[in-house]
Design a protein around this ligand. Sequence first.
Ligand SMILES: [Zn+2]
Ligand SMILES: [Zn+2]
Length: 431
Amino acid sequence: MAFRATSLLKAAASLGSRRSFKPVPIPKISLNKNATSKTMASATTATRQSPLDVQLTFLGTASAQPSSTRNHSSLALRLGSDVWLFDCGEGTQSRLQQSIVKMGRIEKIFITHTHGDHVFGLLPLLASILNGAGGAADGEDEPRAHIDVSNPVIEIYGPLGTRAYIRTGLKYTHTFFSTPYVVHELRLPWDPKHGDHTPLPCHSAESPNGRNIFQVDGVWENIFEDNVISVSAAPILHSVPCVGYVVNEAPIPGKIDPKKYIPELKRTNTHISAMSRLQKGESVELSDGTVLHGPPRRRGRKLVILGDTHNPAAIEPLALDADLLIHEATNAHLPNIDPGTKDDETYRSVEERTRSRGHSTPQMAGAFARRIRAKQLILNHFSARYPGNDDVDPMAKIYMDAIAGLAAREYGKEVICARDLMNVTIGVPES
Ligand SMILES: [Zn+2]
Ligand SMILES: [Zn+2]
């Protein structure tokens, strides 16, 4: 199935925060561009229309330390009008306000791991979305201490500790919400089978129906699934338990040519509503026995969003032939560009140090993208040494072009380095 990369992925080069918030399509991507794993669908899930508009907004692309040009990790995936967040580092809320993403449309938050640079922004964001605010220390006479939690507005997924982190943070900041949330944890084989990893009881806004989801054959398949989108996950190696997510779209209705069908419907006095069945790829039998077949469905899109990692091999079977891979590239060896490079430093020594901290170099990201036959690769989670204003600062552009080039040499294709507030549209496959 042939894919035209240029039409599949249109990246916006605009930094956005200080100028235009509109996604700016780049016609051609260029290096020089500026329970068990079975699902229970959420009560908040509406039926989605296919094909979806699928867009990503990078809200934070820094690693351990944010800088003036890069925020801590967060990524917004827009599916039609709904928004899913992947990680929620410090300052995510403020980046959301600068972006084209509507905070009130967030319905799910996927946490890759509980390092602070990926979760420190979660509690304030929840407080905003769920109408939260401080209450009295004992909570007596607090009407929000007695809300109906049967239909959570926000679903959060993350590894063991996600639930305890949220619950503890809310408890000791005396925070109450007027709308409920639920936390599902992706548990590793050695994690406890039961319990919440904290002696604290559920927060007053927390649904007690959060699932503990266990692996089957080393992965968490279909942790969420609705009529159009499903999400699977797998553990990826980092210095703490970490999860990579795979978002799969169900097959997309094929392009329908009305000229092919309408004369037949008219000829046999068939109601025009038959067109909607044909559009879904179904067959329709006409009054004279003729059978019309709708166009075959096209395959849906696959997005792979990794957290911090020095080895994501366990997600490979789920990630094969991804339309887009988001992979970290925390450190790079840039001897002729970075004046901070030590004389005795080599690529090998940089890779060794990077791996020992649970991270990747651009070359490692490029090699993984090639291995899974990803159609596009975007790098994120950069060291504070690598500036995020490469659209306006020529020196920053030299750094980021060099990093993209290192990954591209391993990958064999062009690579994009994400910057904060970059918008990316993932188009519908042509076949
Ligand atoms: Zn990190
Ligand atoms: Zn980390």
